[in-house]
Ligand binder design. Structure first.
Ligand code: FES
Length: 196
């Protein structure tokens, strides 16, 4: 069954049709809109939050991640995490992204804000900030170098096993909400002795 989706952006509405089982984040992507996704769809941030204006009943139930990340007020206002909510039945769905003033900023947004702020700083504050950043960068560089052999080793193993592509597909699946993963069939022992 298909769903008519209207994604309301500041620049205008994107309208299209998506299939049942599509996550809202993927639906937006199909319309050419990349919603922010700081945690890459693991349900560990709220940057992909959207407000459902119509069609909330067409979506899968709230996941644990959504209950954790979105306050009762935000849930009551119709917010969902686009990487956690998927379309489960046909109809009309209208949604819009939550503005970055109402949710956590992505790293990219923080960098942009910092650039603007930095531009407006007086020279002495700019210099002090640069010294601070230099110290942080040096510390991070030491950490990276210290961990490098392990990273290279792990990558090497992945390549040897030829798992590159499969891995990314598996990773994507692994990021899906636990509530949406297929339930494993019972083992022979469980069937024979249901009480165990
Ligand atoms: S991308 Fe982080 S919760 Fe959806």
């Amino acid at each position: 069954m298909s769903v008519n989706v209207e994604l309301k952006m500041e620049s205008g509405s994107q309208i299209g049709v998506v299939a049942e089982g599509t996550y809202l984040w993927d639906a937006a992507k199909r319309f050419g809109v990349r919603l922010p996704a700081e945690c890459e769809g693991r349900g560990e941030c709220d940057t992909c939050a959207v407000i459902i204006e119509e069609g909330a009943t067409l979506l899968s139930g709230l996941t644990e991640a959504e209950r954790e990340r979105l306050s009762p007020e935000r849930l009551a206002a119709g917010e969902r995490l686009a990487c956690q909510a998927k379309v489960v039945s046909g109809g009309n769905l209208i949604l819009r992204p939550v503005q970055n003033t109402e949710r956590a900023e992505t790293t990219e947004e923080t960098v942009t804000d910092f650039r603007k702020e930095f531009k407006q700083m007086p020279l002495d504050k700019k210099l002090a900030t640069l010294v601070q950043l230099e110290a942080v960068a040096a510390f991070e560089a030491i950490n990276v170098v210290a961990n490098l052999p392990y990273v290279v080793f792990e990558k090497g193993l992945d390549l040897l096993a030829g798992r590159g592509r499969t891995l990314s597909r598996r990773e994507r699946e692994a990021r899906r909400p636990a509530e949406h993963r297929p339930v494993a069939p019972p083992s022979v022992d469980e069937v024979k002795n249901p009480s165990t």
